[in-house]
Design a protein around this ligand. Structure first.
Ligand code: AMP
Ligand code: ZN
Length: 473
């Protein structure tokens, strides 16, 4: 059996084969940290989390990078409105994003590069594109990518370049460009940018990066010229991902990403959930209302990632009831005495087979949840008869629910708590800043809490539970 994933490039299901198995390089476009992320954003991040966890279940070793967009029109305007420098405005929202990530039980990416931390790499990329003659300096001092000079432009979105309208996120001063369809790589500094500290010197003029540039520069930095998988929601196909491809491939001469996965929108009463429409809910709203995160993940899982999903209170209630059943069932499994292997063999085998079949079919999570609920029904009946369960049944249940994260934490598949993760993230940050003393201090705090943090070869880290917290000895 092989894992098949829909590839936006071919508009077909394709067998997934990474470039250098078992390693899989995964790049997912992250949040713009101008404000709190809404649960529409998190529908996309949860789909990416299930993908990542399923790849691990399948034996792949995933290296995951998610960028944080901390310089663009929205962050600059928000900082200006708040009357604070850009970095000061985005910092609390970045922290809030990590808290929301932990609440919704997303595995932390190995790297969270922020755009403002990669200005030199972005400047180098623009210089390269200028050298190669695919970019040019406009009359307004900004640098543009000339899409006429990159013949395969439009291949991902299948957009006919002649039809591209003067679109979103392109500089409004169209006279500066050779062609209205060209997009900005580097935007000449404006007084508003300077006012919030969002301008940097570059050989081609003081300014700030265009939005698409960061993903090309940062994915190349961590994962090389060619990625295995690149994800986002469908609204990123054009222009964001199309422009990422143009920048990266024009610079490297190599294919940028081999598999493109795009998730559909979370809707609310038939309209896309969006800050702009005011019809949004944030993860913190849910947390404050005491909503069980497993229920949110169950609700998301009931619709395939390539279909639109309408959020409703009734659907959430249904999902909450389902995850309560899952939690009770797991508790029953954990408490029952060992035994009954003969009776359990068949249902466990069926569960695992159906789970893999469903997930291999372009991450059919609704099918996987169906298999899980059938197992609960059958497992309860077997338990009524035999009163016993073999360890292998609980292990199979946990292997699957680790991927889906639909069991409430109390009876659940054990995830690291939020505080431990954010400490580990903080330690990473100090390491990046070469503040070894602070990094070691946090390492000791983690040990006191019963966690050992180890650095991995790819520059990420791993957390392991040590048997006894040091503070308890
Ligand atoms: P942003 O913070 O606006 O850069 O968006 C972060 C991610 O959320 C991107 O991948 C967007 O495409 C995605 N996104 C935005 N709105 C929705 C929505 N209503 N449903 C699903 N994903 C969304
Ligand atoms: Zn991106």
């Amino acid at each position: 059996m092989t894992l098949r994933l829909h590839n936006t490039l071919s508009r077909q299901l394709e067998e997934f084969r990474p470039l250098a198995p078992p390693r899989v390089t995964l790049y997912t476009c992250g949040p713009t940290v101008w404000n709190y992320a809404h649960i529409g954003n998190f529908r996309t991040f949860v789909f990416e989390d299930v993908l990542r966890r399923y790849l691990a279940y399948r034996g792949f070793e995933v290296v995951h990078v998610m960028n944080l967009t901390d310089v663009d029109d929205r962050t600059i305007n928000a900082a200006k409105a708040a009357g604070v420098p850009l970095v000061e405005h985005t910092k609390p929202f970045t922290r809030a994003f990590f808290e929301d990530r932990d609440y919704l039980r997303l595995v932390p990416a190995h790297h969270y590069p922020a755009a403002t931390g990669f200005i030199p790499q972005m400047v180098a990329l623009v210089s390269r594109l200028l050298e190669r003659g695919v970019a040019y300096r406009g009359a307004d001092g900004s640098v543009y990518f000339g899409i006429e000079r990159f013949p395969s432009y439009g291949r991902l979105s299948r957009i006919d370049t002649r039809e591209i309208k003067v679109g979103a996120r392109v500089s409004s001063d169209e006279y500066a460009k050779e062609d209205a369809r060209d997009f900005a790589l580097w935007k000449a500094a404006k007084p508003e940018d300077e006012a919030v500290g969002a301008a940097w010197d570059a050989p081609f003029g003081r300014g700030r990066p265009g939005w698409h540039l960061e993903c090309s520069a940062m994915s190349q930095h961590y994962l090389g010229d060619t990625l295995d998988i690149h994800c986002g929601a469908v609204d990123l196909i054009f222009p964001h991902h199309e422009d990422e491809i143009a920048q990266s491939e024009a610079a490297s001469g190599k294919p940028f990403a081999r598999h493109w996965l795009h998730g559909e929108f979370l809707m609310i009463r038939g309209t896309k959930m969006s800050k702009r429409y005011g019809n949004f809910l944030t993860a913190r709203d849910l947390r404050e209302q005491g909503v069980e995160p497993a229920a949110v993940r169950y609700l998301f899982g009931q619709t395939h990632y390539r279909k639109q999903l309408d959020w409703s209170d009734e659907a959430l209630e249904g999902a909450a009831a389902a995850v309560r059943r899952l939690g009770e069932f797991r508790e029953r499994l954990a408490k029952a005495p060992a035994g009954g292997s003969a009776e359990w063999g068949e249902p466990v085998a069926v569960l695992e087979r159906r789970f893999v079949e469903a997930m291999d079919d372009d991450l059919n999570v609704p099918g996987a949840l169906g298999a899980l609920m059938d197992f609960v029904r059958e497992g309860n009946a077997v338990l009524d008869r035999t009163g016993a369960v073999p360890v292998s049944a609980l292990a199979a249940f946990d292997r699957i629910t680790v991927v889906l994260q639909v069991v409430p934490a109390a009876g659940g598949a054990g995830d690291l708590d939020a505080e431990v993760r954010s400490l580990a993230e903080e330690r990473q940050r100090h390491r990046r800043e070469r503040d070894w003393a602070r990094a070691d201090e946090i390492r000791n705090i983690l040990l006191d809490k019963g966690f050992d943090v180890r650095d991995t070869k790819d520059g990420g880290y791993e957390l392991r539970r040590v048997s006894t917290p040091r503070s308890a000895t």
